[in-house]
Design a protein around this ligand. Structure first.
Ligand SMILES: [Zn+2]
Length: 89
């Protein structure tokens, strides 16, 4: 009877780990604020200015979920390289 109990605990543990892996991978594909981008953008999509390798967050949101403020055109870019606040030159 104890073996059956341990087997059920293992099955539940694997199901929880599998669900967590699935959610992280799904978020990465959906480009949500939760996902991790291992290939950050190199240039500003608005003015092509090079983005710094080490970023200093300009707002609370950038500190929390990542992103840049371009030093040249002051547009805000999220960690996926999408412009979230475009400033026209
Ligand atoms: Zn820019």
């Amino acid at each position: 009877m104890d073996d059956f109990l341990y087997l059920m605990i293992e099955l539940v543990a694997f199901a929880i780990i599998g669900a967590a892996v699935y959610l992280i991978c799904r978020n990465k594909r959906a480009r949500s604020a939760v996902g991790i981008n291992l290939k950050p953008p190199k240039i500003c999509p608005n003015c092509s200015e090079a983005l710094p390798f080490f970023r200093f967050p300009k707002s609370f949101k950038q500190a929390l979920v990542g992103g840049w403020t371009c030093s040249r055109c002051h547009s805000e870019i999220d960690k996926w390289g999408t412009i979230t606040k475009r400033i026209n030159l």
